[in-house]
Design a protein around this ligand. Structure first.
Ligand code: SF4
Length: 402
């Protein structure tokens, strides 16, 4: 990738602070070792120790001199968020409840499916976007996760499956940024984390197996090309603006046509230009599940390279929406298939441990009242947009403890 990302939103108050190496991208790791007067190969060594071997104790990094290890103990740390609970479902789904700094908790879910093992990773503590069908949105918003807290979720899951070390079986084959939060509102930390997931010295997951899902933060989506080349999913959930405004409030700021145009620009920018955009469509009984909605969706997506993922809504206590009926679901899928689309149905997994789609709630210390949510979201998007207009490559790389 041609650009690097600046370090975002980290605490500078407690000096002298140790640098947390857990979330440093390759570029930042190289710059960190350069700041110690060390050569760039040290970055590759430490990335491998952390993300391939699962080693977070400097003393166990045996190809690094004792003197440098001692220096690292003084100026750096490798710090992970803390696992509060690990829940295993009868269908093999595994959910991690993870405590992050500040006392809130986030959730990460692993979903096995034959040879494939997908980890659903969170990007924020809560979410300000307040989509009407989403349990996370109902929790409010606390803060963005740091890159260490995002990639830390992958590390924690890999550790739990004994995946670290040479010639260990790869259990986590796919990652989706579809957990708690809107990933593009935590832009730089998410980009750095996804690039670590794909890096040869780290988790080595194919770019075709890492997917970022967005509700439609268009300025950030426009910035994505050139910084990463992951797959893209759009949380659409409605075939027209009127209905989407109700379900996904950010649509009032960036309507469907603007969002789909941005998504197409991103896909067109990828070197392997055969990739499709995944369209996520949560079906809610008698709200967006009627045949005319399916026809309207087909019309909307007619000339766009997409595959459609239909997600039956998973009811939870804070909303009155109902799960789509099996008949309506089948009908909807059939209409799309006849219209020439690939339309799959996401089966509900991990229901017995509240790990299904839209059910992730964690434990969020909310700083906003619901009535203020939309304004808070707008302010967040505006601030991000202003930030993104700066050229990231011109930003100095700073190292601040997390
Ligand atoms: S669906 Fe995604 S963007 Fe919308 S409130 Fe939930 S976590 Fe946020």
């Amino acid at each position: 990738m041609s650009e690097t990302t600046p370090v975002q939103q980290q605490d500078v108050s407690a000096a002298p602070a140790k640098v947390n190496l857990m979330g440093l991208s390759e570029e930042k790791m190289i710059a960190f070792f350069a700041s110690l007067g060390e050569k760039s190969f040290r970055a590759s060594q430490v990335l491998k120790w952390i993300h391939q071997m699962g080693v977070i104790d400097f003393d166990a990094m045996t190809n690094i001199s004792k003197a440098l290890r001692s220096r690292l103990q003084d100026v750096a740390e490798i710090r992970l968020p803390e696992v509060i609970e690990q829940l295993d479902s009868s269908d093999g789904t595994r959910k991690f409840l993870i405590r992050v700094d500040g006392g809130s908790a986030i959730e990460t879910v692993f979903i096995p499916d034959g040879e494939r093992g997908t980890l659903c990773v969170s990007s924020q503590i809560g979410c300000s976007l307040d989509c009407s069908f989403c349990a996370t949105g109902k929790q409010g918003f606390n803060r963005d996760l740091t890159a260490a807290e995002i990639i830390g979720q992958v590390w924690i899951a890999a550790k739990s499956f004994g995946q670290f070390g040479e010639r260990r079986p790869r259990i986590i084959t796919n990652v989706v940024m579809m957990g708690m939060g809107e990933p593009l509102l935590n832009f730089y930390n998410v980009v750095d984390s996804m690039n670590l997931m794909m890096h040869d010295n780290c988790y080595c997951i194919s770019k075709r197996r890492v997917t970022l899902s967005t509700s439609g933060v268009v300025p950030a989506l426009d910035k994505l090309a050139g910084l990463t080349d992951v797959c893209l999913a759009i949380s659409l959930h409605a075939p027209n603006d009127e209905l989407r405004n109700e379900l996904v409030p950010i649509n009032k700021k960036y309507p469907i046509a603007v969002l789909l145009a941005s998504a197409q620009r991103y896909i067109a920018s990828l070197p392997d230009n055969h990739r499709k955009i995944t369209i996520e469509y949560t079906l809610i009984r008698e709200l967006n599940d009627r045949p005319h909605h399916a026809h309207e969706l087909a019309e909307l997506l007619r000339d766009i390279p997409v595959k459609i993922n239909l997600i039956p809504f998973n009811p939870f206590s804070l909303v009155n929406y109902q799960r789509v009926s099996n008949n309506a679901l089948r009908n909807f899928q059939e209409i799309l298939t006849k219209e020439g689309f690939i339309a799959t149905v996401r089966t509900t997994r991990g229901d017995d441990i509240d790990a299904a789609c839209g059910q992730l709630a964690g434990s969020v210390n909310d700083r906003t009242r619901r009535s203020e949510r939309y304004r808070a979201m707008s302010a967040q998007v505006d601030a991000l947009e202003a930030d993104l207009t700066k050229n990231a490559a011109e930003e100095p790389i700073r190292f601040i403890a997390t």
